[in-house]
Design a protein around this ligand. Structure first.
Ligand code: 5AD
Ligand code: SF4
Length: 459
């Protein structure tokens, strides 16, 4: 009998990418092997995102392509939809795309083996969009991780904020956190296996609470031997308090890219969005961060939505001026997309699509100007970088990220570049692109040369 194969396509956030690692691990334990060819996958899963309408449409157009592949194979292929589209649409997916055999909700990953087994037993289409309050306790040895440097760890799931534009509380459920001892044990196990970087995951990662808070958890992780960097996504501004910032100041392994999603720079729109802060309170948080992290390189980034229902032109300009006032290192900006079942659906005063796109373009162009200047300011400074990719033969063969999460391409003229894989190095920044830096290794033999303390602030 030939070996069965699987293919998983992933859209959306890091949480979804990690769910893919979990499903890949489950399928491997079932004896499946990964394939990178659509045509020979026996199980083909789409791990989907529904944050904006476009993301959802892409899934259905992909299902159209897979229908043809399945027909070519006379139906001998399992097509599954997992992730947020599955959770949101449930069994309706079978109506819209009858070629689908399996709909697996965001909290049903552990059911995958049984459901695939029933499909093999010709027991008809399989659907599970049940809520599993213990989904976040997924066995940690199962995920099949892509690299041997960076490993993701789910520390919490869900969202209780109910921002009025957002589908996440409906697709990922209420907040629940994993016991902190479990997280620390998992980090120790991964460090023992040689992983150098861990990325803590949660839809509101810094709302983590399980007898200790997020700041305390970070301090525990700082003490795990063998780890070089501890990252975390995705945070909410309300949980970046002084205690978290002091932890970042005191613990050199914790990443210092502060993602502070503002969504809008106008207080009336923020209220409509249900964000529970005004522009002024948001700015106070920025000042607090700058004060506590004074002397430590850090970056500030944000998400923005333009064209939220009722956003007047002058209110949009408040978002543009917020970019100047804060001086972000990078932003992620989106045109508002109405999501079924969310609080904002009740507002009838929608902004025309063309106007949304116009505002988006203005915002993005404005940020690029700010970004050019900020990136330029890094030239000549030093940075600590963990090498996670090596491309022998290229002019800049070493690739890694600074502590504050900027990608750096590094020249390495001495010896073979492979020896730097997974190693921390100190780099002098020699040039910039819009989102990335170029650099050169500091010192004679940078591997002998431990990370040097860096004083210059880029905040
Ligand atoms: N429309 C547009 N953008 C959205 N986001 C979340 N929901 C929507 C929506 N309905 C954006 C927010 C969030 C990021 C992940 O996606 O900016 O921070
Ligand atoms: Fe997309 Fe949000 Fe679901 Fe992540 S949690 S996959 S961003 S809808």
């Amino acid at each position: 009998m030939t070996e069965k194969r699987y293919f998983i396509e992933t859209w959306g956030c890091q949480m979804n990418e990690h769910d893919t690692e979990k499903m890949a691990g489950i399928l491997s334990e079932m004896g499946y092997r990964a394939t990178d060819s659509v045509d020979d996958a026996d199980v083909y899963l789409l791990n989907t995102c529904t944050i904006r309408e476009k993301a959802e449409e892409k899934v259905f157009s992909r299902l159209g392509v897979l229908k043809k592949v399945k027909e070519k194979r006379n139906g001998d292929m399992i097509i599954g939809v997992a992730g947020c589209v599955a959770q949101q649409n449930g069994g309706d997916i079978f109506q819209r795309a009858p070629q689908v055999d399996l709909v697996l909700g965001t909290q049903a990953l552990k059911q995958l083996p049984e459901m695939v087994g029933r499909l093999h037993g010709h027991q008809g289409r399989q659907l599970n969009v049940e809520k599993d309050p213990d989904n976040h306790l997924f066995p940690s040895h199962v995920p099949k991780r892509g690299t041997s440097i960076r490993a993701r760890i789910t520390i919490m799931e869900g969202c209780d904020n109910y921002c009025t534009y957002c589908i996440v509380p409906f697709t990922r459920g209420r907040e629940r956190s994993r016991p902190w001892q479990d997280v620390v044990n998992e980090a120790q196990r991964l460090a023992g296996m040689g992983f150098k970087e861990i990325e803590l995951l949660g839809q509101n990662v810094n709302s983590y609470y399980s007898t200790v808070n997020f700041a305390r958890l970070l301090r525990e992780l700082q003490a795990v031997p063998g780890l070089e960097t501890i990252r975390y996504v995705s945070p909410h501004p309300k949980d970046f308090d002084r205690e978290v910032m002091e932890t970042l100041r005191d613990c050199p392994k914790i990443a210092t890219n502060i993602h502070l999603p503002a969504q809008s720079g106008n207080s009336r729109i923020l209220k409509r969005m249900g964000r529970e802060y005004t522009r002024e309170l948001y700015m106070e948080k920025v000042y607090m961060i700058r004060e506590v992290l004074d002397g430590i390189p850090f970056s500030l980034t944000s998400d923005f939505i333009v064209g939220f229902p009722g956003e007047k032109e002058h209110e949009f300009w408040d978002t543009v001026t917020l970019l100047d006032e804060v001086g972000y290192d990078r932003i992620f900006s989106f045109a508002y997309s109405e999501r079924p079942g969310t609080g904002a659906v009740k507002h009838a005063d929608s902004v025309p699509q063309a106007e949304k796109m116009y505002r988006l373009k203005i915002l993005q162009q404005h940020q690029l100007e700010i970004q050019k200047e900020r990136m330029g300011g890094r030239v000549g400074k030093t940075a600590n970088v963990l090498i996670d990719t090596v491309k022998p033969g290229e002019e800049f063969p070493l690739v890694g990220r600074t502590r504050d999460n900027i990608l750096v391409h590094i020249k390495a003229e001495v010896g073979s570049p492979e020896r730097f894989y997974g190693r921390p190095v100190t780099v002098t920044v020699t040039g910039t692109g819009l989102h990335t830096l170029r650099g050169e290794l500091c010192g004679q033999d940078p591997i002998e040369h431990l990370w040097s303390p860096i004083a210059a602030s880029v905040g």
